[in-house]
Structure formats: structure tokens, C-alpha cells
Design a protein around this ligand. Structure first.
Ligand code: C2E
Length: 349
């Protein structure tokens, strides 16, 4: 399940959400299988999601909600189901390839064993034979040798195909791994990748270098979404993400942390260094008047608020996030469209 829905299912609204999902399933005559339940929990929890829109279309069209429809929706909209499907498929292809290589090796082994036996019996029968017998023996050996050569050739070309197929599989699995760490809407690292990167940066920070974390939130995003609709809201998220990405190349890690919230990890950089980057992001974001793509109307300029915290020696990732969040809320309270530091003296130094 996406992390937002998963969080809701562990919060105070969990039972109400589950009941709503079951009621909706009953109303639309959907069997309460585990997969359907997961889909319908998403449906009731995020009515504005792409999955909910698709389910609404099916309901409007009076389409029955069959197992096949459920599986197709899960593969398309539930990231984990899609991932599991892809890994399963890659595993099956790999096991087919390995089967066919083992069969080819077994057949080559049998041929060369038979060849060895033919050679042994030929050498036995050569003792004391006349020229005619030797000629027929040589013919037999020539045929057997050709067969071994052909088998070896086939094996070699099969190994080549398999090596190429394994290369493709490795690439595909690498792509699946990348997708699993990437936020589909913004193209930035997702929450899972962010958590891992922050943990790594903090571990490396133990060797002495600073680590700074910035969290960024789009100002008034909810009312923007309510006014212009979610599709335009998604474009704004992509716009802010693209500016963040441009201004903070690797080894910095830019992530979409939640709905309209982003984070940047600055390994080896102080709060002061990162403040300059954050100010550049903030200025660039607000410098463009966005247009609504469908009507060309002006959407106005977007602003962001940010909070920065530099890690204290031995500080945990969770505490660092908390301090950066508090700094972000200081920016919000201070009037938005600004960056605040958790430790202003260190940033000014
Ligand atoms: P996108 O629509 O996929 O555009 C990707 C990139 O293509 C843009 O990156 C920009 O470099 C270029 N591009 C696309 N359309 C135009 C255009 O009409 N004129 C120019 N000069 N370049 C264009 P960029 O600017 O970083 O934007 C990233 C994403 O932010 C866009 O992805 C879009 O989702 C969103 N975005 C940016 N500006 C606007 C806007 O004015 N209105 C809306 N609705 N979305 C925008």
C-alpha cells in the first residue's frame, strides 16, 4: 500500500476506513478478497487518486468488478503489486534460461561420453584389424567427431544467447529497483529511498563531516488544488521537483517526502552551504508565472517554505527530521515564502 494509506490504517481512523471500504465493496458487489480490499481501501482513503478515478469510471460504466479487473487495477495502480509482478516475471525468465542451459550442458555431456566410448571401442577393435576395418572405424569416428563439434557449437551459441538474456534481465531488475526507489509523479527519490539515504548520510557523518537536511513545503497547496484541480496540482509538484532537482545535483539527494513536501539531504555540507541552495530554489520557484495547460489561464506564482537543520554529533535521523520540520513550521508561522534554520547561529557563522 502507498505510505499515506498505510499510515491511515495504523492511525485513529483505521477501523472507520476499513468499514467504509467494506461498505463500498458491498454496495458495488465486489468480493471481499485481500486484493479487492487493498484496492477499495485506497479508493475510500484517496478519492482523488488515479485509482479512485478509474474505479469511478468502472462504476459509472456499470462494469462488473471481476477478479481480472481487480488484478489489472492492482498491477497498474498499487506499486507493490506491480513490483511483485515484475520480480516474479524476471525470476521466471531467469529460471527458464537456467533450465535450458542445464539441458544443453547435459546433452553435451552425454554426447562427449558417447564419443569417449566410441573412441575406446575403436582403439580396442583396431588391434589386429585389416585395412577395410580401419577405414570403417575412421568413418565412424569422423561422424562422431562432427556430432561433438556441432553440439559444442550449439552449446556455445546458446551460452551466448543466455549471457545476453541475463544482461537484459539484470538491466530490467535494475530498472525495477530504480522504479521502486523513485516517486512516479516527481521523478525524485521516494520516501523509502530518502529514509535509506538519510540513514547512510548520518552513518558517514559519524566520520566527521557535517550532514544537513532541508524540508520544503509548497505554500497554500491545498487551496491551490481546490481552486485549480488535482491535475494542475500535480503539475505544480512536478515543477517544484524539477527546480529542486536542478539546484541540488548529486551527491545531494532530493526526495518527495509526502504530498506536497520535499526534502534535500546535503552530505558533507553545513547549514550555511545549504541555505544558499535553498534560497536559490525558493527564488527560482517563485520567479515563474505558471499557466494552466488546458486553458492557458495564469495560475500565478508558487511559493515555498523551507526548514534546515544541520546534524548534531550522534543525532538520529528521526531527530534531524524533527528539527528540520520545526524550522519549516517556523517559516510557515513567519509568513511563508522563506527558509528558517533550526540553529540560526550556526547558519549565520
Ligand atoms: P513537463 O510538462 O513534462 O515539461 C518538461 C520540461 O519541458 C519543462 O521543464 C521545460 O523545460 C520543457 N517545457 C515543457 N513545456 C514547455 C513550454 O511550453 N515552454 C517551454 N519553454 N518549455 C517547456 P520545467 O520547466 O522544469 O517543468 C517541469 C514540469 O513542471 C513540467 O513538466 C510541468 O509538469 C510543470 N510545469 C512547469 N511549468 C508549468 C506551467 O506553466 N504550467 C503547468 N501546468 N505546469 C508546468
Amino acid at each position: 500500500m502507498s505510505s499515506d494509506v498505510e499510515t491511515s490504517l495504523r492511525g485513529p481512523k483505521a477501523y472507520a476506513l476499513a468499514r467504509k471500504a467494506i461498505e463500498a465493496m458491498e454496495a458495488h458487489q465486489v468480493w471481499p478478497t485481500a486484493l479487492n480490499f487493498e484496492l477499495w481501501v485506497h479508493y475510500v482513503a484517496a478519492k482523488d487518486s488515479a485509482l479512485a478515478t478509474e474505479i469511478d469510471h468502472l462504476i459509472e460504466a456499470g462494469e462488473p468488478f471481476t477478479d481480472a479487473v481487480g488484478e489489472q487495477l492492482a498491477a497498474q495502480f498499487l506499486p507493490k503489486a506491480k513490483l511483485n509482478g515484475e520480480i516474479l516475471e524476471a525470476g521466471q525468465t531467469l529460471s527458464k534460461e537456467l533450465d535450458s542451459v542445464s539441458r544443453a550442458i547435459e546433452s553435451a555431456r552425454e554426447t562427449s561420453e558417447a564419443y569417449g566410448q566410441q573412441l575406446a571401442s575403436a582403439s580396442e577393435s583396431l588391434d589386429g584389424e585389416d585395412a577395410q576395418a580401419i577405414k570403417s572405424m575412421v568413418e565412424t569416428l569422423t561422424v562422431a567427431t562432427r556430432k561433438v563439434r556441432e553440439e559444442n557449437h550449439a552449446l556455445e551459441s546458446q551460452l551466448q544467447d543466455t549471457t545476453a538474456e541475463l544482461g537484459r534481465l539484470r538491466e530490467h531488475l535494475e530498472q525495477v529497483r530504480r522504479d521502486a526507489m523513485t516517486d512516479a509523479l516527481s521523478g525524485l527519490a521516494n520516501r523509502k529511498a530518502f529514509d535509506e539515504a538519510l540513514e547512510r548520510a548520518c552513518d558517514q557523518g559519524e566520520q566527521g563531516g557535517p550532514v544537513t537536511l532541508a524540508v520544503i513545503d509548497i505554500d497554500h497547496f491545498k487551496s491551490f488544488n481546490d481552486t485549480w484541480g488535482h491535475q494542475t496540482g500535480d503539475q505544480v509538484i512536478r515543477y517544484v521537483a524539477s527546480v529542486i532537482q536542478r539546484c541540488s545535483p548529486a551527491p545531494r539527494v532530493s526526495a518527495r517526502y509526502g504530498g506536497e513536501e520535499f526534502a534535500i539531504i546535503f552530505p558533507g555540507e553545513s547549514a550555511r552551504d545549504s541555505l544558499a541552495v535553498l534560497e536559490a530554489v525558493r527564488e527560482e520557484v517563485s520567479s515563474r508565472i505558471l499557466k494552466r495547460r488546458s486553458t492557458n489561464e495564469d495560475l500565478g506564482a508558487i511559493t515555498i517554505s523551507a526548514g534546515i537543520a544541520e546534524r548534531k554529533p550522534g543525532e538520529s535521523p528521526a531527530s534531524l527530521v524533527e528539527r528540520a520540520d520545526s524550522a519549516l513550521y517556523a517559516s510557515k508561522r513567519g509568513g511563508r515564502n522563506r527558509t528558517s534554520c533550526a540553529d540560526p547561529i550556526a547558519a549565520a557563522a
